[in-house]
Design a binder for this molecule. Structure first.
Ligand code: IMP
Length: 498
C-alpha cells in the first residue's frame, strides 16, 4: 500500500512571521542580504556569493541577457535558458560577461559620407544625440569622428551635406585606450570637460563610449554580483540530454554557474549528469533539481550538486499538478529540504545551499521562503513583468501587460525539461498568458528589497543567516487570513494588480 505522509502540504499563504525584538543597531541600512550560491565547507565562505538572494527563472520568457545584466547589477543572478542552440546560449552568456558598466556600445553610428538628414533619422530612431562616425558606419569600425545634435542646425545647415562637414574629427578628439577603467574615464570626462569619451583599440577601432552620466549611474549599484575580474556574474541552465556538448561551451563562454533544469530532478539521469560534470568540469559549480523532499535533496547533494532547487507544481504558469498529480505545497517542500540540508551539513561538514523556485506571489513570500531556510529564491512571473524580460509588452484596456509562458507550454515546447518519454512534448505542463507590466527591473526590485529588509528588521535580523535561525512562523487560519487584508471600502482602486 502507498505510504501516506501525515503532514499536510502547505504553501506560503498559510504562514506569517512573528516580530522578534528589534535591537537599536538593526535597521534597513544595516541589513546585509549577501547569501551563498554554491556548496562550501561549513564555516567558510561560498566561492560565489550573491549580493541579494534573487535569481531569475530558466525560462525563455524571463532570462534574457538584458535581464541578467540588470539583475546581476542588483546583486542577483539570472540563469539563461537552454531551450536554444548551444551556440546561441553561449553567445548570450558572452553578452553578459562582456558588459562593462558605463562602457556603452555605440548604437548611433554613421559613415562620414552619410548625409545629415540620414544622421537625423538615426538619432530619432535611437533617441540618442551623440553619434560615432566610423569608416564602415558600424559600432566597431575605425573611428573618424563624433557628431552630436549640437553640431548642426536643421535650418542653418544643408541636410543633404555629408556628416564629415560637421563632425569633430578624430585628430581633435580626446580618446582613451581599451584598458582604461571607469573611474579613470570619469576623471578625464571632468578634467577635460567632455560629455563623451570614446574608447579605441590599438588599431583605432571603436570599442565603447563612456558618458558622464553613466559613471553616476554605476554608483547606484553597490552590491553587484561580479567575478574576480569585476565582470557581472551569469548562470546558465542545462539539461540531461545534451550536457556533454552544452556544458563545455558554456564554461568556455564564461558562465559562472550552471543548473540542471528539470521539472523532476529526483532521477538517475540527473545524478549521472552531475557525476559527469563534476568529473569533466570540476571548475564550474552546478545546481540540481527540482525536488520537494529531503530524500531527493540528499540524493542530488551526494551526486555532487552545488546547490539544489526546490519546487514542483507551484509555478504561476504551471499545470503539472492538474496534469500529473505531482507536487507539494512550496512551504512544506522548502521546510523539508532545509532540514535535509542541515542534516547533510552536520554529517559531512558541507553546506549545500537551497533555492525556493516558483510560486512566490507576493513580495512577502520571498521573506517567508528565506525564513523557512531557502538561501535564495528563483522567480519567473515576478521578473517577466519587467522591461528587461523577453515577452512583448502589449496594451490593454487597463494599461499594459507582458507575455509570460511556461517552459512546458506548447509555445516553449521545452521537452528537455519535461521528461515525458522521448523527444517532444506529449501534453502541456504549462500555460501561455500575460502578467501585469511593471516597468524597469531596477525600480521594482528596489521596492521588493526594501520590503524584505524591513521584514528582517521587524524580525530582529541583520543577516539572512540570523533571519533563518531566529525566525518564528505561525500558521494562519482562514479567519485570520481574512483579518490580514484591508476591511474598508477603498477610496480608489489600486493602480495595478500585482
Ligand atoms: P513563477 O515564479 O511562479 O512564475 O514560477 C517559475 C518557475 O516555474 C520556474 O522557475 C520553473 O521551475 C517553473 N516552470 C517554468 N515553466 C513551467 C511550466 O511550463 N510548467 C510548470 N512549471 C514551470
Amino acid at each position: 500500500m502507498a505510504q501516506i505522509i501525515a503532514e499536510v502540504s502547505r504553501t506560503f499563504n498559510e504562514f506569517l512571521l512573528l516580530p522578534n525584538r528589534t535591537r537599536t543597531d538593526c535597521s534597513s541600512a544595516t541589513v546585509d542580504l549577501r547569501t551563498p550560491l554554491v556548496r562550501h565547507v561549513q564555516g567558510e565562505r561560498s566561492a560565489i556569493e550573491l549580493g541579494s538572494p534573487f535569481t531569475s527563472a530558466i525560462m525563455q520568457a524571463v532570462s534574457t541577457p538584458e535581464l541578467a545584466i540588470a539583475l546581476a547589477r542588483n546583486g542577483g543572478l539570472s540563469f539563461l535558458h537552454h531551450n536554444q542552440s548551444v551556440e546561441d546560449q553561449a553567445a548570450a552568456v558572452r553578452q553578459v560577461k562582456n558588459f562593462k558598466a558605463g562602457f556603452v556600445t555605440s548604437d548611433t553610428n554613421v559613415r562620414p559620407d552619410d548625409s545629415l538628414s540620414h544622421l537625423v533619422a538615426v538619432m530619432r530612431r535611437t533617441g540618442h544625440s551623440t553619434a560615432a562616425v566610423t569608416d564602415d558606419g558600424s559600432s566597431g569600425g575605425r573611428l573618424l569622428g563624433l557628431v552630436t545634435s549640437r553640431d548642426f542646425h536643421p535650418q542653418r545647415h544643408d541636410l543633404d551635406g555629408p556628416v564629415s562637414g560637421r563632425m569633430t574629427a578624430i585628430a581633435e578628439l580626446p580618446y582613451a585606450p581599451a584598458d582604461i577603467t571607469l573611474s579613470e574615464a570619469n576623471a578625464r570626462l571632468w578634467d577635460q570637460r567632455l560629455d563623451c569619451l570614446p574608447v579605441l583599440d590599438g588599431e583605432g577601432r571603436l570599442q565603447h563610449l563612456v558618458f558622464r552620466s553613466d559613471y553616476a549611474d554605476n554608483k547606484r549599484f553597490p552590491h553587484q554580483a561580479v567575478d574576480a575580474a569585476k565582470r557581472l556574474r551569469v548562470g546558465a541552465g542545462v539539461n540531461t540530454h545534451d550536457y556533454q556538448e552544452r556544458v563545455p561551451a558554456l564554461v568556455e563562454a564564461g558562465a559562472d554557474a550552471l543548473c540542471f533544469d528539470s521539472s523532476d530532478g529526483y532521477s538517475d539521469w540527473q545524478a549521472q549528469a552531475l557525476t559527469w560534470v563534476k568529473k569533466n568540469h570540476p571548475e564550474i559549480p552546478i545546481g540540481g533539481g527540482n525536488v520537494v523532499d529531503g530524500h531527493a535533496f540528499t540524493f542530488l547533494a551526494e551526486a555532487g550538486a552545488d546547490f539544489v532547487k526546490v519546487g514542483v507544481g507551484g509555478g504561476s504558469i504551471c499545470i503539472t499538478r492538474d496534469q500529473k498529480g505531482i507536487g507539494r505545497g512550496q512551504a512544506s517542500a522548502v521546510l523539508d529540504v532545509a532540514a535535509a540540508r542541515d542534516a547533510f551539513r552536520e554529517r559531512t561538514g558541507q553546506y549545500v545551499p537551497i533555492c525556493s523556485d516558483g510560486g512566490l506571489v507576493h513580495d512577502y513570500h520571498v521573506a517567508l521562503a528565506l525564513a523557512m531556510g531557502a538561501d535564495f529564491v528563483m522567480m519567473g512571473r515576478y521578473f517577466a513583468r519587467f522591461d528587461q524580460a523577453a515577452g512583448a509588452k502589449l496594451p490593454t484596456r487597463d494599461g499594459f501587460v507582458k507575455e509570460y509562458w511556461g517552459e512546458g507550454s506548447n509555445r516553449a515546447r521545452n521537452w528537455q525539461r519535461y521528461g515525458q518519454g522521448g523527444q517532444g512534448l506529449i501534453f502541456e505542463e504549462g500555460v501561455d498568458g500575460y502578467v501585469p507590466y511593471a516597468g524597469d527591473l531596477n525600480e521594482g526590485l528596489a521596492l521588493t528589497i526594501a520590503k524584505l529588509k524591513t521584514t528582517m528588521v521587524s524580525c530582529g535580523s541583520t543577516t539572512l543567516g540570523e533571519f533563518q535561525s531566529t525566525a518564528r512562523l505561525t500558521l494562519v487560519s482562514d479567519q485570520s487570513f481574512q483579518e490580514s487584508h484591508a476591511n474598508v471600502t477603498l477610496r480608489e482602486a489600486p493602480a495595478t494588480l500585482a
